[in-house]
Each structure stands twice: as C-alpha cells, then as structure tokens.
Design a protein around this ligand. Structure first.
Ligand SMILES: Nc1ncnc2c1ncn2[C@@H]1O[C@H](COP(=O)(O)OP(=O)(O)OP(=O)(O)O)[C@@H](O)[C@H]1O
Ligand SMILES: [Mg+2]
Length: 221
C-alpha cells in the first residue's frame, strides 16, 4: 500500500491544525480509505476529539497518541508506512520543538493552516524557515498554506494576497469561519455527521480541500 504522510504544522496556536487533520482524516476514512492520525501534540486534542464519539458512530480513522516521542516521531510513523493509505501527523504549536522537525523529515506534504489576519501572517516566518530547511533534507516534500477561518473582510483578502507575495504556495480551497467546524469536535466526528444548516457548506469546503490535496499528491508521483 502506498502511504501518503501529511504533516500539519505552524508555530501559531489555534490556527486550525487539529481541525484540518480531523476533517480531512474523517472525510477520507468515511470513503473507505485506511487513515491513521498521529497525535504528536502533548495537548492531546485529536485524541480527545475522537474519544468524544459515541460507540455507534466511531471516528472513521485510527488515532495514535505519540506526544512523548519527541524527535522519534518519524521512526514511529515509518513503522506504519504500508499499512495505511494516509497518515496525518498533528503537531504541537511550535517550531523549536523536536516534534515538527522530526515529522517533516518523512512528510510527503506539509500543510500550514493560516488565519488570514495581519498577526497570523507575521507569525508565519518561523515556520517558513523550518519548512525550507527541512526541504533541503526531504527534497520531495511539498508545502502548502491552507487558509482557515476565512472571512469575507477586506483584511482577509489582503492577507491572502500578501501570502502569495511571500512566495508561499497556497491551496485554492480553504475553510471559512463556520460553527459547524466547532460543533463536529463535540460529537467526536466531522462536519459530514452534522445535518443542521451551514453543515453542507462546511462539507463542500472539506471536500474541495481534500480533492485539491489528492490532485497535488497524485501529480507528484
Ligand atoms: N474554520 C473554522 N471555523 C470556526 N472555528 C474553527 C475553524 N477552524 C478551527 N476552529 C476552532 O478554533 C479553535 C482552534 O482550532 P484547532 O484546535 O484546530 O487549532 P490548532 O492549530 O490545532 O491549535 P493548537 O495550536 O492549540 O493545537 C478550535 O476551537 C476550533 O474548533
Ligand atoms: Mg491542535
């Protein structure tokens, strides 16, 4: 089995790393793909998320807690290569921790969620530097910014424009600011488990992001 390893990183806390991991992992899992989520964050958010699911509707991906692995995350992830279609690694909000560095050594793709706001843009410097250093070692690794909590404000539009100017690749699909993304955490599932108004838009956004990423990864082989 060809396994794709996708690592979510950013030094900025609360930008949506765990949300994007869980929505993408869940979307692929419910399509029948074998998906592993490695929770490499000592906060254990992904682990807690999946635990909130009820027994009748378990989270459609395997979650493995590895927060104590430090710089050995890549070794642990490598042990599972071949057993899954996708392995997502959810990193803690840090660049100086050994965890993101270790995970980026073996990533096929690094995803950096960024909230399009001036403060969040300024905080992307450190992660850009880490990614480019890791691309010297892991040359085939692709790296993309994923806009998250996007709003229709002028500031958000300007922020996306600026990111392009910084020379970072940005996915066309992003996630808007929607309560459905928060609600799915409480039920231990994804936006695909929600039926209320607004959930359909959130589902369409996750599907568009998933399809764009699959296309990018396909074009790399
Ligand atoms: N697109 C979105 N719309 C609305 N709320 C969102 C969205 N993305 C994330 N959130 C909410 O923002 C908060 C932070 O998101 P999340 O936990 O995914 O970030 P994180 O980068 O993993 O944080 P940390 O750095 O602490 O690990 C959560 O309450 C989450 O539900
Ligand atoms: Mg998190």
């Amino acid at each position: 089995m060809d396994t794709k390893i996708i690592v979510l990183v950013n030094q900025k806390g609360g930008c949506g790393k765990t949300t994007i991991v869980m929505q993408l992992a869940g979307a692929l899992g419910r399509e029948g793909k074998k998906v592993l989520v490695v929770d490499a964050d000592p906060q254990g958010t992904a682990t807690g998320w999946a635990k909130s699911a009820d027994d009748k509707n378990p989270f459609p991906a395997t979650i493995s807690g590895l927060s104590s692995m430090g710089d050995k995350v890549h070794r642990e992830v490598k042990r599972h290569v071949g057993q899954y279609d996708f392995i997502f690694v959810d990193c803690p909000p840090a660049v100086d921790s050994p965890v993101p560095q270790s995970a980026l050594m073996i990533a096929d793709m690094a995803l950096v969620p960024v909230i399009p706001s001036p403060a969040d843009l300024l905080a992307t410097n450190g992660i850009q530097a880490l990614i480019s250093r890791m691309q010297d070692v892991n040359e085939s690794m692709k790296a993309y910014v994923v806009p998250n909590m996007v709003t229709t404000t002028k500031i958000a539009k300007k922020a996306i424009e600026l990111l392009h100017r910084f020379g970072m690749k940005i996915t066309t699909a992003g996630l808007s600011y929607r309560t459905a993304f928060r609600e799915s955490t409480y039920i231990g599932g994804t936006v695909f488990d929600l039926k209320n108004e607004g959930a359909d838009k959130a589902q369409a956004e996750v599907t568009a992001l998933k399809n764009e990423l699959l296309k990018i990864m396909k074009s790399s082989v």
